[in-house]
Design a protein around this ligand. Structure first.
Ligand code: LLP
Length: 432
């Protein structure tokens, strides 16, 4: 047993735990990192990422499968490097993300390119790099991709993203598999669109793709979507178009510790045991499986360390003003999302209830509401579950530099991103 696993753990964060009174990531106390590198500071546990990946790897043991990390969740080079070294491919949604994969030492042949709005230039860039598959989201995109590939004397490997019209029961902004969403092609039109794709000279149809949403915490939507996809494969293959791989997207949720009923998602291996049974029952056990998990690989591997700047008592509310803000942690403002907030050191201070807010000039700049905290100005706290969709969605609003990032590996802390300066932000701008 590693020393880490014996510590009392923070829910959902096996490698982030209190050692005595002090919160640590693996073997490194967070307060030491906050003092050395300043705040706000994102800190990630490499072991937690590999542990989350391990659940998928166990689920696919003995199968022909490729895990493509959906790098939009966290596209920092040091994070990509962990997954590239562990053999992962990547799910990308832009030419910029492809450049990051290459810079991090990833294998372009294991890249799949998703998204409704790929430009011709991005298609050409991905074809030159030799990516594994384009997940095409519309009929017109098929025509454009075929033309771009023919113009380069190539054929583009494609799968078509089908929309199974299944409700993932998550936040409307992150539901993607319903009829009213902009993603994928309608289930009813899929066969016809596959036949169109098969007729285009610049394309090579190799798979089928589906992604129904994000932060999914129940098994049923996945089971329903799999039934719909398997049904389609049967009819597409009956029409003479072989489907070599099933890409089942990402979307598995994480435990944000908000104790809501049904907020605890299934484990990746348990979920896949049920999905594989469906695939096998249809006689498709030989097909290659691809998945695109993002949040479930990194979300609970990271925290954002922040300093309490001021406690501001109010008539209706008390405010705890911290140095991290909506530009660093956009999920509460965008989706009313819950992130647990805990002190770095457990101390005996009087408890009060606060709205935890940042310095940005917007009332929407809140990180947590009605939180019972024992804190004083100058204390450090950690915003939990901050590994996914925080740094990758961070902005420079209010000319705030993006935070620094540290990757912890055992007892060693590696700075993987320097804090952004105002000079960094103004690079490329000029006076007239
Ligand atoms: N594949 C596709 C095609 C996607 O659109 C996404 C996420 C994923 C895979 C990865 O999904 P995941 O396993 O991470 O759930 N910013 C939002 C989440 C947006 C998700 C967008 N698509 C949030 O902070 O909750």
């Amino acid at each position: 047993m590693s020393p880490i696993s014996r510590l009392p753990s923070v829910p959902g964060h096996p490698f982030i735990a209190y050692q005595g009174d002090a919160l640590q990531v693996e073997g490194v106390p967070l307060s030491r990192l906050a003092q050395a590198h300043g705040t706000p500071l994102f800190v990630y546990s490499k072991a937690a990422m590999l542990d989350a990946l391990g659940a998928y790897q166990r689920g696919f043991a003995g199968r022909h499968a490729q895990i493509c990390y959906a790098m939009k969740a966290n596209s920092s080079l040091g994070v990509l490097q962990v997954f590239a070294q562990a053999g992962c491919g990547f799910d990308i949604v832009s030419g910029g993300e492809l450049e990051r994969v290459v810079a991090a030492g990833g294998d372009a042949a294991k890249v799949i390119f998703s998204g409704v709005g790929k430009s011709r230039a991005e298609m050409a860039q991905a074809l030159s790099a030799g990516i594994g598959c384009f997940n095409v989201e519309s009929e017109t995109e098929l025509d454009v991709l075929s033309a771009v590939a023919l113009g380069m004397g190539l054929t583009a490997p494609v799968s078509i993203r089908v929309n199974p019209n299944v409700d993932p029961k998550t936040h409307p902004y992150i539901s993607t598999g319903l009829k009213g969403n902009k993603f994928g092609v309608a289930h009813e039109d899929a066969l016809r669109i596959y036949q169109h794709a098969a007729s285009l000279k610049g394309l090579r149809v190799i798979g089928i793709d589906c992604h129904i949403g994000s932060q999914i915490t129940t098994t049923e939507p996945y089971l329903d979507a799999m039934d719909r996809v398997l049904e389609l494969i049967t009819s597409i293959e009956a029409a003479g178009i072989p489907i070599a791989h099933i890409d089942f997207g990402g979307g598995l949720g994480i435990d944000y510790g908000n104790d809501e009923k049904g907020a605890t998602p299934p484990q990746a291996d348990a979920l896949w045991q049920q999905l594989l049974a469906k695939i096998d029952a249809k006689g498709f056990a030989h097909k290659k499986l691809m998945i695109e998990p993002g949040r479930s690989l990194v979300g609970n591997a990271g925290v954002c360390v922040t300093e309490v700047l001021y406690l501001k008592p109010g008539e209706q509310k008390n405010f705890c003003i911290i140095d991290a803000a909506m530009n660093d942690l956009p999920r509460p403002a965008m989706y009313q999302a819950f992130h647990a907030i805990v002190p770095l050191s457990i101390t005996a201070k009087p408890q009060a209830t606060y709205d935890v807010v940042g310095p940005v000039c917007e009332s929407g700049d809140w990180i947590g509401r009605d939180r019972a905290l024992n804190v004083a100005a100058g204390d450090f706290m950690a915003v939990l579950s901050a590994g996914a969709y925080c740094m990758s969605m961070a902005s420079n609003y209010n000319t705030r530099g993006r935070a620094a990032e540290v990757l912890v590996d055992g007892d060693t802390a590696h700075v993987i991103r320097q804090r952004e300066t105002a000079q960094d932000q103004m690079r490329g701008e000029q006076l007239v």
